[in-house]
Write a protein of this length. Sequence first.
Length: 153
Amino acid sequence: MMYLLSLIVAGRDIETQKITETESLTIEQIQQLSPHSSQYIIPYRQKKSKRYGVILFRSEGRQGAVAEADDLEQALLTTGYDVIKMEWSQAAELHNMIESALSRIVADCSLLIVCLMSHGSRGALADCHGKRIPVNHILHQFPFSLPQEIPLV
């Protein structure tokens, strides 16, 4: 019985993969297909949905940070991502920037890569005043605004 279920799931995954390779899918279509696949649905054709990169960086006290963020932005653009790049300095500002970026992309995002750049230690970032921001607090902000079908890297 388990073997038969595995074949059914594998068959669905193959059909879903064919669809993601040939069709430009909307977010609604991705959400409808997701329960029928064991993998994230990321369409190859990005006409109705897009891959996004969000770069959040802090340059104060970080020599070369702007150039590093620019290089990262160029790499993401080259690989077909739409990029939102923002410089932050304070914890509250960072949270507001994340909310702003997510509100702009949630309607057509098929994949999100987040690059968060700052000094810090022991699982926390430091803002311009030395205030520690736990990385987990930042990471937990994303699932509240993104549908669960959207992979977050």
